[in-house]
Design a protein around this ligand. Structure first.
Ligand SMILES: Cc1cc2nc3c(=O)[nH]c(=O)nc-3n(C[C@H](O)[C@H](O)[C@H](O)COP(=O)(O)OP(=O)(O)OC[C@H]3O[C@@H](n4cnc5c(N)ncnc54)[C@H](O)[C@@H]3O)c2cc1C
Ligand code: SF4
Length: 316
């Protein structure tokens, strides 16, 4: 691990402005992703700002009936919150499908959204990877791509986003609240938060350098049956090959987002009009521009079958 300097932030605005003052800064929350990447020298920050003492660890009701989840709320606490379990079940289920109990005790809401890809070549510093080292090439193209993207990728990168929680946040139309280095705040819809890989796969979100996530807000509950189903190589402690997060209403309408298929949680609202026609119609629209490899073509039928199972579960 490369040496680095360290400080504890006292307020969110101070954390953001300190990050802008020191080049090569990273915020550290639970550290469950960042520290692994630092040990492998994939991330080599020169300065760490510990945000754990900021008072961003509460879940508060909003006047419009929604909830405001502090950036430091741990995944375990969020999944167990009675309001989340009752009104936002897809989020609680997605969180519990991720990682392990010990990791969820440390992992935070903001850190989960910002975790990096699990593409095997991103972790292998002997191999070219445009995301790790821009311009070096993509080893996954023509390489081992079983777990990688089938839609929304580019010629520069076919990585997937690994977060289960982010899929649920996309279904729920969450918004990400931030503070920028100049002290101004903003709120980004989750649909605009993640970037497509394009020619710059190293840039994964709309966050500016030094911008700190302070909270994630959920709109008022929409009711319906909430389901999150994750398909993976073993029953626990594994990332999704594909996942389906869905909210289905009594009249057959609903929302669907996919994990494990793209650089970001994958949702196309227009596809949801096909829900009354069944899983095939929705999948055809959701994955209309899919581009698969020999290794990952299995994901196309897997999405359709998993969505079919989710719809049966929801309607039952
Ligand atoms: C073995 C293993 C298995 C896992 N399995 C799964 C799984 O199945 N599903 C899944 O979804 N996840 C899984 N994870 C990932 C885990 O969920 C993430 O590591 C965790 O959510 C990251 O949160 P953290 O608080 O520890 O982030 P950190 O490691 O502290 O930070 C991650 C990134 O977020 C940035 N950051 C943190 N807080 C802020 C903030 N407030 N504002 C701006 N930037 C910030 C950091 O600078 C860093 O770049 C697994 C991890 C491990 C190690
Ligand atoms: S798919 Fe993306 S993360 Fe994986 S090797 Fe290619 S550029 Fe790197």
């Amino acid at each position: 691990m490369k040496s680095f300097t360290y400080e504890r932030a006292s307020t969110p605005a101070e954390a953001a402005s300190a990050a802008a003052r020191n080049t090569g800064t990273r915020f550290i929350a639970g550290g469950t992703n960042l520290l692994d990447l630092m040990k492998l020298e994939i991330e080599t920050p020169r300065h760490l700002i510990d945000v754990n003492s900021l008072a961003l660890d509460t879940i508060e009701p909003l006047p419009d009936g929604g909830l405001r989840i502090g950036a430091l709320v741990r995944n375990t606490d969020l999944a167990a919150d009675a309001r989340i379990r009752r009104d936002y079940g897809v989020l609680s289920r997605a969180l519990l499908a991720g990682a392990s109990g010990q990791l969820r005790n440390k992992a935070t809401t903001a850190g989960n959204l910002l975790q990096r890809t699990r593409c095997p070549y991103f972790y292998d510093t002997n191999q070219p990877c445009n995301k790790r080292q821009p311009g070096s090439g993509c080893s996954a193209l023509g390489g081992f791509s079983r777990s990688l993207a089938i839609v929304g990728a580019s010629d520069a990168c076919i990585a997937t986003h690994p977060s289960d929680m982010a899929v649920a946040m996309r279904v729920l139309d969450a918004q990400v609240e931030t503070v920028r280095p100049d002290g101004t705040t903003r709120r980004l819809p989750i649909a605009q938060f993640y970037r497509a890989p394009g020619d710059t796969p190293q840039l994964e979100t709309a966050l500016a350098p030094g911008e700190l996530i302070t909270a994630v807000t959920l709109p008022k509950p929409v009711g319906g049956m909430h389901v999150y189903r994750k398909v993976r190589d073993r029953a626990s402690y594994a990332f999704a090959l594909i996942s389906v997060g869905a909210i289905v209403q009594r009249d057959g309408s609903g929302r669907v987002a996919l994990g494990g298929v793209a650089h970001k949680p994958w949702r196309i609202e227009a596809a949801e009009a096909q829900l009354p026609k069944g899983a095939r119609a929705v999948t055809e629209r959701l994955l209309a521009n899919a581009k698969t490899t020999d290794d990952n073509a299995f994901k196309l039928p897997l999405v359709e079958r998993t969505l079919a199972a989710v719809l049966v579960e929801a309607r039952a």
